[in-house]
Design a protein around this ligand. Structure first.
Ligand code: SAM
Ligand code: SF4
Length: 328
């Protein structure tokens, strides 16, 4: 059985973007109320007295948009300085990153994934649901700042949507030719976006690899990280290409993670909520962290049965909670 030692922590369910595939305009989003969010103190207690004792040592901060969390730099510093933290990373849309990259690095964050679905500002703004001044340049500045500051590896996440940004596959892959950046293509999932998913569908990773192979060739490679990506590189390129193929391939057997939502629910699987535990309410009700450790251990023991273990067949429908609500 795979060792589950990686926790994805959603710091907030809100976001300053409305990506069409994640928080589509018009979707009813019930945001978590401020008093329902795990406080910094509660999160640190759970890490120190529950997750670390049961064996979690690698943490990723995500959301919603994690950089919207008040005092996020202090939180990063506190988590990075726990002696048992072996790896701390963040997934962000990069919009606020230019002004925060140095502080985050100084606080102990070393790895960062930034979402960048397009190199064309107009397409980018269409995807993120922006109707005012273009936000692409600000995100690009954030990526450059992260590079300058020294985040390593620096990964760019791309979700390809047929008819929207799939014509940019080669341009996005070309970013790795002379930069030590790692571009990861994530198959578009039917989570909280029934309308869009139904009309566009998704592009299988193998199709992307075929296009890249025909243009430059492709060899297997490696990059540091915790993810389920299959990693390749264009021969001679400085960076790598990752393919996350949760739609065309079931990688549940390799799953090494659980997710903690911003309101304190521990979820064993992205797509299956069986067995989830409300850690925040338990903590607030005075249940001891020793008892919470045994609940988490029990959940770890049954996780292999809970894992989704199904590749998308087209009949599974659309999951109604969005990625921003689950904590992507
Ligand atoms: N706001 C941050 C960001 O966008 O990087 C962090 C949270 S976001 C939910 C985490 C990742 O999930 C992003 O890389 C995003 O592209 C991806 N994502 C969101 N909805 C998705 C979907 N329906 N299918 C595939 N990936 C999705
Ligand atoms: Fe926000 Fe990230 Fe979802 Fe886009 S993918 S709406 S940036 S949480």
């Amino acid at each position: 059985m795979n060792q589950v030692d990686y926790l994805r922590i959603s710091l907030i369910d809100r976001c300053n973007f409305r990506c069409q595939y994640c928080m589509p305009e018009g979707a009813e989003l019930d945001y978590i109320l401020q008093q329902q969010l795990l406080t910094d103190g509660e999160l640190l207690t759970l890490l120190k007295e529950v997750f670390i004792p049961v064996g979690f040592t690698r943490f990723r901060l995500t959301g919603g948009e994690p950089l919207l969390r008040p005092r996020v730099v202090e939180l990063v510093r506190a988590i990075a300085s726990l002696p048992q933290t072996q790896d701390l990373s963040m997934t962000t849309n990069g919009f606020l990153l230019a002004g925060m990259a140095q502080d985050l690095y100084d606080a102990g964050l070393r790895r960062i994934n930034i979402s960048l679905d397009s190199l064309d500002p107009e397409t980018f703004d269409k995807i993120i649901g922006n109707r005012s001044r273009s936000r692409w340049q600000q995100v690009w500045n954030g990526i450059q700042a992260a590079h300058r500051v020294g985040f390593d590896p620096l990964k760019l996440n791309v979700v390809l949507i047929p008819g929207v940004n799939d014509r940019e596959i080669l341009d996005l892959a070309a970013l790795t030719l002379d930069r030590e950046w790692h571009v990861r293509f994530i198959e578009f999932m039917p989570i909280g976006n029934a309308e869009m998913f139904g009309s566009s569908g998704w592009v299988p990773s193998e199709e992307l690899r075929q296009q890249i192979r025909e243009r430059w060739g492709l060899t297997e490679a490696q990059v540091r990280g915790n993810g389920p990506a299959d990693v390749f590189k264009i021969p001679g390129a400085k960076g790598t290409l990752g393919f996350i193929s949760q739609m065309s391939e079931c990688f549940c057997d390799r799953c090494n993670r659980m997710r903690l939502s911003a309101d304190g629910w521990l979820r064993p699987c992205l797509l299956n909520e069986t067995g989830q535990i409300d850690l925040k309410s338990s903590l607030r009700a005075g249940i001891s962290t020793t008892e919470l450790c045994s609940s988490v251990r029990d959940l770890l023991a049954i996780k292999p049965e809970i894992n989704f273990k199904q590749r998308y067949s087209g009949s599974a429908g659309t999951y109604t909670r969005t990625m921003s609500q689950i904590g992507g």
